[in-house]
Every structure is written in structure tokens, then in C-alpha cells.
Design a protein around this ligand. Structure first.
Ligand code: NAI
Length: 353
């Protein structure tokens, strides 16, 4: 088993948004002195507050000792200075899903970190091969793709680009395991594994809304209650961030030659244009303002329970149905077949051939 990154090795996470703050939480909790960097001071404050809230929750539930809680916070440092990456053996970027911005960042980082430092990207969809291209040491670049919320979701895709060193993939794999995650190694193909499969799922759900098949709350309820998903697609999109999800969709759509199955949804584009980005902006498909009512699915009013069924004798294949109705406590009134050739269940009449 190749060595994980030693527990006391400094790690930098760049981008203090939804994902970066969660990843910094994981790194700091597992022992790494962790620097969380963002160019936006307000984002740093929000990132720190969200980590504090998550850690306090774990402590209050008894899942983290007060000592581990305090030690985690003591290992976490906020920064807006890229030069703080200098001593870090692993830098994980979780900034905007834009290939040019990410490449520029990696080029700047290469000038600051040691030659053997690993540069990892939390990108959901951008080619790792492309992120590495043009660097002096492209073999050190790999994907380390966490899922939202990073402290709770076990899966991490470790993504190898065309020239990623095998040792880098092994180190990230062992490190993710040591961080309590379930790492899966994938090649840098469009959307890797999870987003390749998830894009058509989002697209099909959004198409049902475009076609007015039902509203967002009903779609969510159906997928949760009948489909067995932990969250419905709309609340999940609100959690992920509609803007971030849209950029990933566009990126995978382009990378797969504009295959229609991966086309972005107009509904999602409109929400993003209006600034409704999901939970982080207080409104997406649903409102997250304090006191907002919970979304209510539209369901049909329940029918009154039938009290009595009239059935002729010898109803053939329907006899099993009559037996089940009787077993459910419904009164069965049998009539001679000559008198009636139909089954009467409440107002419904089933003709028997
Ligand atoms: P976000 O919009 O919540 O946060 C991004 C943060 O990066 C912002 O605070 C922004 O100020 C900062 N930033 C932007 N450019 C920067 C730069 N050059 N230097 C330093 N900071 C910079 O985005 P989110 O959702 O955390 O996504 C980040 C990355 O993680 C993206 O690549 C996304 O595709 C990926 N991802 C997102 C998931 C999600 O559910 N939101 C899930 C898995 C991956």
C-alpha cells in the first residue's frame, strides 16, 4: 500500500465555497495543518462559519470529542495569499469551474510549491489532462473529486489525466482512504464516472418540468418516495448550486460533442440568469428564506375507501382480486352469474366477458 500523505503535512484548499470549505474541514479534522484560501474575504468568512457550524453539530451529537473539535479549528487557517501554498505538499483547488481560471491558478502554484507537491483539482468535469498541459511537472496534477457535502459524502473520484504519475494517483487514493473516504480511481473522460451518469439524470428531470409534467416539489417527492433517492433532483440542484451545476453540464455537453442527451436546460439557465442559484443565494427552485413554507407536492385527494363489492359467482381470473378485497375486510356480496355479469367496486364497474 503506497504511503498516504503524512498526517502532519500542510494542505492548502483553494476556494472557500460550498466544496472548498467542506474539503478543508475533512483535511483539518484528519490532522493536517490546513490553509483555506479565497480571494473574496466574505467567502472566507462564510467558509469558516460553515466549518464551525458543522464541527459544532458533530461535537453536540457526540460524534467528535470537544478536544478534537478544538484541535480541528486550531489546525485551520484562512488566507488570501497564494504564497502560503509554499510549504504545502498537497494543494486542492475548488474554485470556479472554468478551465482558463483553473489553469492560470496551477501555473501560479507551480512557481510556489516544491517540485514533488501534488496539485489536485476538485473539478466535476474539466479534463485533468488539459489542466496539466503546459506545466513544468504535469505528472503531479490529478483530480480529487469530492461530493457535496464533502464532510459527509464518502465517495471521492481520484482522476488520472493522460500524463498523471501513477505514484500521485496512489498517494491520493491512500490519503482519501486515511481521510475516511471511499476513493475510486477514474480516468479523465468527460464527467469522469459520476457526472457522466448524473448529467442525463438531471436533464431528464428538468425536461419533465419544461414539459409541465408536474411541478418541482412533486417531481422531488416522486423521486424520493417512489424512486428511493435520498433527495429529489430539484432540492439536490439547489444544494449543489444551479450555476455550478450548469457550468458542469455545459462542460460535459461540449466534451461529448454536443450530444443532445447532455444539453443544458432552459429552466436552469433562466434560474441562473435571475440570480436564483439555490441555497447559497437563498432561492433556487425553492425559497430558503427564514419562515419559507416547505414545498408541498401536488397529490390527488385520497378516494373514499370502498365498503362493499358486488361480485357474481365464478369471476375467473378476478377471483384472486375478490379474495384480496375480502381479506382487506371489504364486504363481498355474491350474486348469481345470471343476474350480473360485472364486478361493482364502489362507483367503478368492471364488465366480465
Ligand atoms: P462556489 O461557487 O461555492 O465556490 C467557489 C469559490 O472559489 C468562491 O468562494 C470564489 O470566491 C472562489 N474563487 C474563484 N476563483 C478563485 C481564485 N482564482 N482563487 C481563489 N478563490 C477563487 O463553488 P463550489 O460549488 O464550491 O465548486 C467549486 C468546484 O468544485 C468547481 O470546480 C465545481 O465544479 C466543483 N464541485 C462542486 C460540487 C457542488 O456540489 N457544488 C460537487 C463537486 C465538485
Amino acid at each position: 500500500m503506497p504511503a498516504r500523505l503524512p498526517q502532519d503535512t500542510p494542505v492548502m484548499v483553494i476556494g472557500a465555497g460550498t466544496m472548498g470549505s467542506g474539503i478543508a474541514h475533512v483535511a483539518a479534522r484528519t490532522g493536517h495543518p490546513t490553509v483555506l484560501l479565497d480571494l473574496d474575504a466574505a467567502a472566507l468568512d462564510r467558509g469558516r462559519a460553515s466549518i464551525e457550524k458543522d464541527l459544532a453539530f458533530l461535537r453536540d451529537k457526540g460524534r467528535l470529542t470537544p478536544e478534537a473539535h478544538d484541535a480541528t479549528l486550531a489546525r485551520l487557517r484562512l488566507s488570501s495569499e497564494l504564497a502560503d501554498a509554499g510549504p504545502c505538499a498537497l494543494v486542492i483547488e475548488a474554485i470556479v469551474e472554468d478551465v482558463a481560471v483553473k489553469r492560470r491558478l496551477f501555473a501560479q502554484l507551480e512557481a510556489l510549491v516544491a517540485d514533488d507537491a501534488i496539485l489536485a483539482s476538485n473539478t466535476s468535469s474539466i479534463s485533468i489532462t488539459e489542466l496539466a498541459a503546459g506545466l513544468a511537472h504535469p505528472g503531479r496534477v490529478a483530480g480529487m473529486h469530492f461530493f457535496n457535502p464533502a464532510p459527509r459524502m464518502a465517495l471521492v473520484e481520484i482522476v488520472a489525466g493522460l500524463v498523471t504519475d501513477a505514484a500521485v494517483v496512489d498517494t491520493l487514493h491512500s490519503t482519501a482512504l486515511a481521510w475516511g473516504k471511499t476513493p475510486v480511481i477514474a480516468q479523465s473522460t468527460p464527467g469522469f464516472v459520476v457526472n457522466r451518469v448524473a448529467r442525463p439524470y438531471y436533464a431528464e428531470n428538468l425536461r419533465t418540468l419544461t414539459e409541465h409534467a408536474c411541478d418541482a416539489a412533486t417531481l422531488d417527492a416522486l423521486l424520493r418516495e417512489a424512486g428511493g433517492f435520498a433527495m429529489g433532483p430539484c432540492e439536490l440542484l439547489d444544494l449543489i448550486g444551479l450555476d455550478v451545476n450548469l457550468m458542469v453540464t455545459k462542460s460535459v455537453f461540449g466534451a461529448l460533442g454536443f450530444d443532445g442527451r447532455y444539453a443544458p436546460s432552459l429552466i436552469q439557465e433562466e434560474l441562473v440568469r435571475s440570480g436564483r442559484l439555490g441555497r447559497k443565494s437563498g432561492h433556487g427552485f425553492f425559497s430558503y428564506a427564514p419562515q419559507s413554507p416547505k414545498p408541498v407536492p401536488r397529490t390527488a385527494a385520497p378516494e373514499a375507501v370502498v365498503a362493499r363489492v358486488t361480485a357474481p359467482h365464478r369471476v375467473g381470473g378476478l377471483e384472486a382480486l375478490v379474495d384480496r378485497l375480502a381479506a382487506a375486510g371489504i364486504e363481498i356480496r355474491r350474486v348469481p352469474r345470471e343476474e350480473s355479469a360485472h364486478l361493482q367496486i364502489g362507483d367503478a364497474r368492471v364488465e366480465l366477458s
